[in-house]
Structure formats: C-alpha cells, structure tokens
Write a protein that binds this ligand. Structure first.
Ligand code: ADP
Length: 272
C-alpha cells in the first residue's frame, strides 16, 4: 500500500441551514485503503460522503481528489474516478439487473450515449465479480436485499472507479448477507486495488474489515486511526454515551464490541 493521499480534506465546514453539521474536519484517505466512517446517528457521516462525492459543496475548506481540487473537476470526471453506493437506491422503472449495471458505464459514453461491445464486456465483468451474472435478466426490485446490494455495487464497479464510497451498505441485511457484502468489499480492495470509504453502522464489521476508522462526533473528528486505536471502551462510551465492553476477537485479534445496558451490568453486579 502506498501512502499517497487519495483524498485530502482540509478545514472542511458544511451546513445545510444555520448550524454547522461538519465543523472543521481535516483528514486524508490513503490510496488502496479501506476507511470506515463511524459515529452516532446524526453525527455527519452521510454528509461527509456527500461532500466527498461533490453532491454537496462545502461552505468552507477544501477537498482534493488525487491532488486536484474537487470543485475544479466536472461531474463526468468525478464519476470516472468514483463509484457511489448510496444508502437507498430508488428505481422509478422496472429495470433489469443487466440494465442497471450498464448504467454505470454512462460517465464513459460518448455524447450519443450508445454502449459499445467494450461497455457490455465491462458491465459483464462487474457482474461476474459481484456474482450477479446469474440474475442479469431479472428485475432489480424482484431481488432480495443482499442480491440488490450486490447489483448496485456492480453498477458502481462498471464505472471502473479507483475509489468507491458506500453508505451503510449492509443497513437492511441479515448477518449472512452483511458478511457477504463485506467479503466482497475486501475482495475488490485486494484484487482490484480499489480504495474504499464506507459509512459503517456495525462497529464489529468496521473493526474487522477496515484498515482505518474515522470516528465522528457532532460533526468533528473524535479519533482517527487503526481499529485498535479507535475502538476502545473509552472512545465509544464517550461518543455513543453508552456502556460497552471491548475485547479482542479470539479468532481475528480485532477489537470486538459488546453493548452493555445499565440494567444488564447492574444485575450482573448483584449476581457476583
Ligand atoms: P449521519 O449520517 O451520521 O446519521 P447525517 O450526515 O445524515 O448524519 O446528518 C448530520 C446532520 O445533518 C443531522 O443533524 C441531520 O439532521 C442534518 N441533515 C442531514 N441532511 C439534511 C438536509 N438535507 N437538510 C437539513 N439538515 C440535514
């Protein structure tokens, strides 16, 4: 892994209305890393992804993508570098999976907008990687949550991006599918060298799969570093305002979080 910054974020401030939602963030995303963004609801995680993908323009500060100011790049140039997997993807028409994945080629099409044989090939490679080729002719909203999420990742992959931004990619999935999506993320990182930025709501998955974590609290960085540096009982109890137990996962060595309610810890105390 090289240490070239892929994204450089400096003194970033963003507000939707009167109050700052992102309040002075500075951090770097390294080329080839898996960065997890964690933090309580409403702390600004999705807003960070929207600023990094230039859906939102910050009022203050600057974002550089591979050394270039993000605001100097066109949407098309950004889409050729960056694939985005949003939290909820709505399809207004009954598209097939194959059609959805092919949409990922649009940043590369000429003004006439026709896909070439090469575009079809790239879409089909993206489907092979995500194991979605088998349902290429099925309608996107007929798929299960996990299958649909893989198809949406395939669409982002068809853009041939260097970086992929994913917003809570496992939010509505059961545990089997959650692991499947994170395994896919790891594979894309290892085999394709993709840089990945993931807003993660599951702290244990973030701890297992991410190289580094950015812990956000109230629009500010509380801590950034390796999972071992970030996932500590002290950090989490402060930021999430709840009692947690952090141990080492005996199988992988990564920090493992167990939530403790006040009730549980009091009744355990009485038993001992
Ligand atoms: P997270 O992803 O950590 O849950 P968000 O980035 O979605 O946090 O939201 C951060 C803050 O910005 C919250 O207080 C939220 O209510 C507010 N917010 C999010 N989207 C909008 C919007 N479109 N307009 C106004 N406020 C918003």
């Amino acid at each position: 892994m090289t240490l070239t910054p892929f994204f450089e974020v400096k003194d970033l401030r963003f507000r939707y209305d009167d109050s700052w939602v992102l309040d002075g963030l500075s951090f770097e995303v390294r080329e080839g890393e898996i960065l997890g963004i964690i933090g309580p609801n409403g702390s600004g995680k999705t807003t960070i992804l929207r600023v990094l993908s230039r859906v939102l323009i910050p009022q203050e500060g600057e974002v550089r993508l591979t050394g270039k100011n993000l605001s100097a790049l066109s949407q098309k140039e950004i889409a050729q570098i960056m694939g985005v997997v949003p939290q909820d993807t709505y399809f207004p028409f009954p598209f097939t999976v194959g059609e959805v994945v092919l949409m990922g080629r649009s940043p590369w099409l000429s003004n006439f907008g026709f896909e070439s044989e090469k575009d079809l090939q790239i879409a089909s490679q993206a489907m092979a990687l995500t194991d979605t080729l088998g349902f290429s002719d099925r309608l996107i909203f007929e798929l299960s949550g996990g299958e649909r999420q893989r198809a949406i990742i395939a669409r982002a992959l068809a853009q041939k991006p260097q970086v992929m931004l994913l917003d809570e990619p496992t939010a509505h999935l059961d545990i089997g599918y959650q692991v499947e999506i994170y395994d896919l993320i790891k594979k894309l990182n290892a085999e394709k060298g993709l840089t990945l930025i993931i807003v993660a709501h599951d702290l244990n998955l973030a701890s297992e799969y991410c190289d580094r974590l950015l812990l956000i609290d109230g629009g500010r960085i509380y801590k950034m570093g390796s999972p071992k540096e970030v996932i500590t009982a002290e950090n989490l109890s402060r930021v999430y305002q709840s009692k947690v137990l952090v141990e080492e996962n005996p199988v992988t060595g990564a920090p493992r979080v167990t939530l403790l309610s006040k009730l549980m810890s009091e009744s355990a105390g009485r038993k001992n």
